[in-house]
Design a protein around this ligand. Structure first.
Ligand SMILES: [Zn+2]
Length: 70
């Protein structure tokens, strides 16, 4: 399986979601690292994963509906 990671694949295994107590592996998805546990998406800046809860966006499995923003 080939992923266009901007950083070494080994690093992905070391990264963990800062919002979750246990360490689910983060998933690479469309330019962001997604946590399957809390569905946060962490951005990548200049090839560096930004694993900050306040920087994370909510990864929605389905398209957001109108006016559903909190
Ligand atoms: Zn998480």
């Amino acid at each position: 399986m080939k992923m266009n990671l901007p950083f070494p694949a080994e690093l992905l295994e070391l990264l963990a979601c800062p919002a979750c107590e246990h360490r689910p592996p983060l998933r690479w998805q469309e330019g962001a690292l997604v946590c399957d546990e809390c569905h946060r998406a962490y951005p990548i800046r200049d090839g560096i994963p930004v694993l900050l809860v306040e920087e994370a966006t909510q990864a929605e499995p389905s398209p957001p509906s109108e006016g559903g923003e909190q």
